[in-house]
Design a protein around this ligand. Structure first.
Ligand code: AGP
Length: 607
């Protein structure tokens, strides 16, 4: 998704902007640009390509304008192809702006502007937004913005500069994120904290439909009735080093290795006298009373975490749980009510489809609890309850540590729910909780199996298609293994319920087709192994992920990855690491940009 940053203060704005854009690269983009204030007016430098190309263009400008105010943007193309002219910032008359989001009614607005003889030069919805604001502008920036947003439909985070107001940056959002802070160096605003952490750990989230005016003296916030509003200050508990690679080749590898610590930070604060406890999260036990249904909704990897969570919640509480893809759920007429709890899972807390699903759930009267990694994010703020995960900033597009702490939050939730509703005794809960905390050291053991998995992944370098198979929790894990592999290595893969293979897909299993079989669950182990025999007899190359104490017929497999001895319900925490390593090393050996896969963004804030 687009990255945006704005600064006005005492520092060299071009340096602040280009450095900030470099920090935001992980969000995924295809072009970059900055606009800054000079004595001769607002200047813009923008280009298709990477931030490094933009930096070269900035440094090549002869007259090195001194400037202390500007805005910067990395564009993830939605409307209009990847080109210099479609890059942001866009200027229309006296207005220069950058935008994260989608203006859904831009064509109608464009037609109205063209009737006034005003034609855009790019193919973007963003330029139309700039033209609408300029069209309303009669000398009062805030009035022009207020009038313009009444016409705009869709998601936006705008940073806007006006020719006649040098040194000031006007900001407004609807859906897309904006966080800001003010220090003695000036006022700074961005899409997320990774670009601000260098300046301050204290920040606020700009409330939607409020206008922030940034000047060198501070940040003023007003609502659409021009009433002043005090920001709600928040504090991040991680530092710049957490947002940097720390000597790893890629953020993805660093974040795989950070999983044990992320688990500790997410689990430990929620254990009291050996029981899961959500008092610090302001989640009382009343949330569990009278529930007759739970709906988990999320996207991608977060949704796959939900598939795992459903298994344990149903197993322990016997309350029915469904897992709904958020982009589907938001357009269904879901059967939910005040006795339904909707669990919303999102690392970024900004995924548009997931946010829309949350809003629909609330409209239908359901209680909502979100499991979110980014403090103060939209989904967190709009949920009735929030269970924050503490993985720290996840920079790689491929989610790893955020996924595993989502599992942890779901497991704590399931155990607390079962205990509070007397489905398991206090002793049983304590025992399960104790075993759960021991899983962290087992995950640490898995982290050290990277060399073995790296060798196995080498055999996938020329693979174009492969299959993951498993049953129950192993099937849910297969779904996650498949998306990880696809998104970073570009190897096509499918996750299949092992028992379903022979109902069609096994026709695709021919000589040397790789099949990654996940068999960690004792109760279905024999059945999964018989599925392995079926694919083996048709020539498949088999990579088996199973338990250390499993009885394995080595003739069935080309490679075997074993996980440390844990109770079956905790196996996903260990097996996930193996799946992450397979994806990571396959991508590395195929020479790909693991952290920023093509076409992908870290947080999909548009639908
Ligand atoms: C995960 O590896 C992907 N990058 C993607 O599926 C991601 O999980 C999904 O877009 C949801 O993002 P969120 O957790 O920030 O809502």
């Amino acid at each position: 998704m687009c990255g945006i940053i704005g600064f006005t203060g005492t520092l060299d704005a071009k340096a602040v902007l280009t450095e900030g854009l470099a920090e935001l690269e992980y969000r995924g983009y295809d072009s970059a640009g900055i606009a800054y204030v000079t004595k001769q007016g607002i200047k813009t430098i923008k280009t298709a390509g990477k931030v490094s190309c933009l930096k070269e263009k900035v440094e090549s400008i002869k007259e090195q304008d001194q400037t202390t105010c500007g805005i910067g943007h990395t564009r993830w193309a939605t409307h209009g192809g990847v080109s210099d002219i479609n890059s942001h910032p866009h200027t229309a008359g006296r207005v220069t702006l950058i935008h994260n989001g989608i203006i859904e009614n831009y064509q109608k607005l464009q037609a109205e502007l063209e009737k006034k003889g005003k034609k855009p030069i790019s193919q973007t919805d963003t330029e139309i937004a700039a033209m609408v604001i300029d069209d309303y502008y009669e000398g009062d920036p805030i009035k022009a913005i207020k009038n313009a947003v009444k016409c705009l439909q869709g998601a936006y985070a705008f940073l806007i500069m006006f020719q006649e107001f040098p040194g000031k940056i006007y900001c407004i959002r609807n859906g897309s994120p904006l966080v800001a802070t003010y220090t003695e160096k000036g006022a700074i605003i961005a899409s997320d904290m990774v670009a601000l952490i260098k300046y301050s750990k204290d920040y606020f989230v700009l409330p939607e439909h409020h206008i922030a005016t940034l000047t060198t003296d501070g940040i003023k916030i007003t609502n659409l009735l021009d009433q002043p509003v005090e920001p709600k200050m928040l504090h991040v508990n991680w530092d710049m080093a957490s947002a940097r690679k720390g000597g790893y080749d890629y953020f993805m590898l660093k974040e795989i290795h950070e999983q044990p610590e992320a688990l500790r930070r997410t689990i430990t604060p929620r254990l009291k006298q050996g029981l899961p406890d959500f008092e610090e999260d302001n989640i009382g036990d009343d949330i569990f009373q009278g529930l007759n249904k739970i709906v988990i909704t999320a996207c991608g990897t977060a949704m796959h975490a939900g598939l795992i969570g459903r298994n344990l919640i149903e197993k322990l509480t016997r309350v029915p749980v469904t897992v709904e893809i958020a982009s589907e759920f938001r357009y269904q007429d879901p059967i939910i009510d005040e006795n339904t709890l909707v669990l919303v899972i999102s690392q970024s807390g900004e995924t548009a489809d997931t946010l829309a699903a949350l809003r629909l759930a609330k409209e239908k009267g359901a209680k909502t609890l979100s499991i979110v990694n980014v403090k103060g994010s939209s989904i967190a703020r709009e949920s009735d309850y929030v269970l924050y995960t503490h993985a720290g900033p996840e920079i790689a597009v491929a989610s790893t540590k955020a996924y595993i702490v989502q599992l942890a939050a779901l497991y704590l939730f399931a155990m607390r729910f079962a205990y509070v509703t007397n489905k398991i005794t206090k002793e049983e809960t304590k025992k399960m909780t104790e075993e759960f905390t021991c899983v962290i050291s087992q995950v640490e053991k898995m982290i050290s199996c990277d060399e073995q998995v790296e060798e196995i992944a080498a055999c996938l370098v020329k693979t174009e298609d492969l299959f993951f198979i498993g049953r129950g929790l192993d099937y849910a894990l297969s779904c996650e293994g498949s998306i990880k592999l696809k998104e970073v290595s570009y190897i096509h893969s499918e996750a299949y319920a092992a028992g379903e293979l022979k109902h069609g897909t096994i026709s695709l299993i021919t000589d040397n087709v790789p099949v990654i079989a996940i068999a960690t669950q004792k109760d279905v182990y024999v059945k999964t192994i018989s599925n392995v025999k079926e694919v083996r007899s048709r020539g498949a190359k088999v990579i088996l992920i199973t338990r250390q104490d499993a009885v394995i017929d080595a003739s069935l497999c080309d490679h075997i990855i074993t996980i440390p001895k844990v109770d079956d319900i905790f196996a996903p925490f260990c097996a996930a690491v193996a799946l992450q390593y397979i994806a990571y090393y396959a991508a590395v050996k195929r020479g790909l940009n693991v952290d920023q896969p093509r076409n992908l963004a870290k947080s999909v804030t548009v639908e």
